[in-house]
Design a protein around this ligand. Structure first.
Ligand SMILES: Cc1cc2nc3c(=O)[nH]c(=O)nc-3n(C[C@H](O)[C@H](O)[C@H](O)COP(=O)(O)OP(=O)(O)OC[C@H]3O[C@@H](n4cnc5c(N)ncnc54)[C@H](O)[C@@H]3O)c2cc1C
Length: 415
């Protein structure tokens, strides 16, 4: 079965108005200019983008916290903003309710607390959620948006093209993002595990506790983890390699640099100090005054709990993910350039990949070849979703620790 990497096909008559091209983040995103517009600071070249403060945080309400991906912080902030009337709804992403499309996800305008809660948790699945902007164009009010880095690039471009529509966006909540997958991922995972789609009530990309993993709730009530929870990091990485989209590999923004607030996992088990106790929390990077005002107001109202995180304590995994994403993009772009294919222009000089970068990326090249064959994909999935993955994950982690200990700390000024 060939991989389908595009889930939405444009339809209807094109009026050649140029609107989509002007807002499209695909070909051209002037990251330095857009970042400067947001922060007022010129030429800031930190790998994580402009950050004013950082926190380890979670929803104060434990039900919201446990129902979230990391600490349920996004859901808690959206519920708070709705309750105080600062927003009239939020563009969020939920599982597709159509029983034949349960493995897919869709953007939705959530206007009630129940709808916001229903959309909690990360969906690692390509979702054209910005199509919901059409709905807010015709509605009164102001709305929050949860979005991935690439979508936020488009939104910041939209501010120039259609300021009236952009005014309706009260705040942009950005997710950290290393990659996302095509909708085929779930389907093939279920086939591998011998689970019939019609028996499934709900899929979760991060279910079964924290950090959680690929998880199925069956109609007859059983909850079924698809892999051992401790191997989550390896499973998701390999899934991204098998089902990640070509455009994701050309993206250099791992932390939603242009958001008001950026949210990611906080890996408590990497710390030896008081942060080691902060499992099931979200790491939030505050980038704008608007973002700070929201965090403060939500904290004062008792909706969220914030612990300041000094800059040097920001998760090493976040930094490693961003650096990995950048060098992956540099290598992919160089390859495409050689083949005469177009690349996105971020107006940023990427570090020229050296032999060491290329060697580190050999597994990606290998998976590129393997993923083309459905038989090989299915073989890899069989190992990935079996108990064998636990020792393989431990081996991989030992290797990664060695590599990170032997790598010099790249200058913060290198994008
Ligand atoms: C594709 C993807 C890749 C990610 N990669 C990383 C990573 O490499 N490192 C890291 O630290 N964190 C990553 N994250 C972010 C992380 O998984 C959590 O979303 C984040 O920590 C917030 O957790 P929370 O508990 O506060 O959010 P929750 O309270 O669970 O709320 C999550 C909100 O995001 C919305 N949402 C879910 N999926 C999407 C989507 N695809 N597009 C837009 N909105 C969405 C939900 O509707 C909900 O409103 C990724 C998220 C996604 C969706």
């Amino acid at each position: 079965m060939p991989l389908r990497l595009i889930s939405k096909i444009l339809s209807g008559r094109c009026k050649s108005c140029g609107f989509c091209v002007e807002c499209c983040p695909g070909a051209d995103v002037n990251l330095p200019n857009l970042a400067q517009e947001l922060s007022g600071k010129e030429d800031e070249r930190s790998p994580l983008g402009h950050i004013e403060s950082a926190y380890v945080a979670h929803a104060a309400d434990s039900e919201t916290r446990w129902a979230g991906t990391s600490g349920g912080l996004i859901t808690a902030l959206l519920l708070f903003l709705l309750s105080v009337g600062q927003i009239d709804g939020a563009i969020v992403v939920e599982a597709d309710p159509d029983p034949n499309r349960l493995h897919l996800t869709r953007g939705v305008l959530a206007t009630s607390p129940a709808e916001i809660c229903n959309a909690a948790k990360s969906k690692y699945c390509v979702t054209p959620s910005m199509a919901v902007l059409r709905e807010i164009r015709t509605r009164k009010g102001r709305f929050a948006i949860t979005a991935l880095p690439c979508q936020i690039h488009g939104l910041r471009k939209l501010a120039h093209v259609d300021p009236k529509l952009f005014e309706k966006i009260a705040v942009i909540f950005g997710l950290c993002c290393s990659c996302t997958m095509s909708g085929d991922a779930w389907q093939e995972a279920l086939q591998t595990k011998g689970i019939r789609r019609e028996d499934v009530a709900r899929f979760e990309f991060r279910g079964g506790g924290w950090p959680g993993g690929m998880f199925v709730r069956k109609k007859e009530g059983t909850a079924l983890p698809l892999h051992p929870g401790e191997a989550y990091g390896t499973v998701v990485n390999v899934m991204f390699r098998l089902f990640g989209t070509e455009r994701c590999r050309l993206c250099i923004d791992g932390t939603s640099e242009l958001a008001d607030l950026s949210f990611g996992d906080f890996w408590a088990f990497d710390y030896a100090d008081e942060f080691s106790k902060m499992e099931h929390c979200t790491q939030v990077l505050q980038r704008t005054t608007k973002g700070m005002d929201i965090l403060r107001a939500a904290e004062q109202a008792g909706a969220v709990v914030l612990h300041p995180l000094p800059a040097e304590k920001i998760s090493a995994r976040t930094l490693a993910m961003v650096r990995g994403k950048r060098s992956r993009a540099a290598i992919q772009m160089a390859k495409r350039h050689k083949r005469g294919l177009p690349n996105p222009d971020y107006h940023v000089a990427l570090k020229e990949p050296v032999l060491k970068d290329r060697l580190k990326h050999l597994p990606i090249e290998l998976f590129d070849l393997l993923r083309k064959s459905s038989t090989l994909r299915s073989g890899i999935l069989k190992v990935l979703l079996s108990p064998l993955i636990t020792p393989l994950h431990k081996l991989r982690m030992r290797f990664l620790v060695r590599v990170s200990q032997s790598s010099p700390n790249t200058s913060k000024n290198v994008r």
